[in-house]
Design a protein around this ligand. Structure first.
Ligand SMILES: Nc1ncnc2c1ncn2[C@@H]1O[C@H](COP(=O)(O)OP(=O)(O)OP(=O)(O)O)[C@@H](O)[C@H]1O
Ligand SMILES: [Mg+2]
Length: 262
């Protein structure tokens, strides 16, 4: 059992009178890999933003990597957290080269300026890009990449500063079936590596859960349906309640999950 990485107590997020999240109790330990599943609008991205210290809750308390939100300087905290999301992707300058995009992550800035990088950083960036299957893209400009290629490069970037917590918001969205399978396999390898950071992955699709993920949190209308160890929580009943439609849930021999309407 590792230390506590996330500790949310009775967290609510309200915007313009709407409760985006309410009554969220959630704790994530160092050696755990969590999947957050729920339908569109369930509050998954909102929850991830809280976990990334980008959004303060309206109610409740949040501890991230031992630091209490509201009592700590988030600018010290944020470099310890890797985040890959579509919203971040939109902020990347299209003419930024892939290698520079990953390298600049050590300095938590977007857009290469005049920093000098040491050779360790360059070696690490090249290794991460290769690990995500993007070695052939290293000199390309971000704006010329496909959706799937952008996702992978973003994950390499998120890993670059060696974060203690890695947050991935729908990493497989927009990928074709081969691209999705390849990414899920790579994320599985990352999840099973004890040297990897604590991971939280958001998705709509149980088919996108890599093996090696240990826990799941099911979210609907801003509230937790159920949460805990994946084998106990991933049931047909829970999944049907989460999505509001009767679903049949299967598990393949390799440990992957499959859902279809009943
Ligand atoms: N400023 C706001 N005022 C009112 N509602 C908002 C505001 N911002 C977001 N919401 C709503 O909060 C809900 C949760 O949004 P969130 O992006 O967290 O959902 P999600 O689970 O990530 O959905 P998706 O799967 O579509 O990405 C949505 O219904 C969204 O419309
Ligand atoms: Mg979302």
């Amino acid at each position: 059992m590792g230390g506590q990485v996330l500790q949310l107590q009775d967290v609510a997020v309200r915007r313009d009178g709407a409760a985006l999240l309410r009554g969220i109790d959630w704790s994530v330990r160092e050696d755990e890999r969590w999947v957050v599943i729920g339908p569109n609008g369930a509050g998954k991205t909102t929850l991830l933003q809280v976990a990334a210290s980008l959004l303060f809750p309206s109610e409740g308390s949040v501890e991230i990597l031992g630091e209490r939100l509201g009592q700590t300087d988030v600018f010290d905290l944020r470099p310890r957290i890797g985040l890959a999301s579509a919203a971040l992707s939109e902020r990347i300058p299209p003419d930024e080269k892939v290698i520079d995009l990953v390298l600049t992550a050590s300095y938590a800035i977007l857009g290469r300026w005049t920093e000098e990088y040491d050779s360790h950083d360059v070696t690490r960036a090249v290794e991460l890009i290769d690990q995500l299957g993007c070695a052939h893209l290293i000199r390309r400009r971000f704006g010329t990449l496909s959706e799937g290629e952008r996702k992978r490069v973003q994950i390499a970037r998120a890993l670059m500063p060696d974060p203690e917590l890695l947050l991935l918001d729908e990493p497989a969205a927009g990928l074709d079936v081969a691209g999705r399978e390849d990414l899920v396999r790579r994320l599985g390898a990352l999840a099973r590596d004890p040297k990897s950071p604590t991971m939280v992955l958001v998705t709509h699709h149980v088919e996108e859960i890599p093996t090696g993920f240990t826990h799941v949190l099911l979210l609907r209308h801003g509230s937790v349906v159920d949460q805990g160890p994946i084998d106990a929580v991933m049931t047909q009943e829970n999944l049907s309640a989460t999505f509001g439609v009767p679903l049949h849930l299967d598990r393949g021999q390799e440990g992957r999950w499959y859902a279809r309407p009943l």
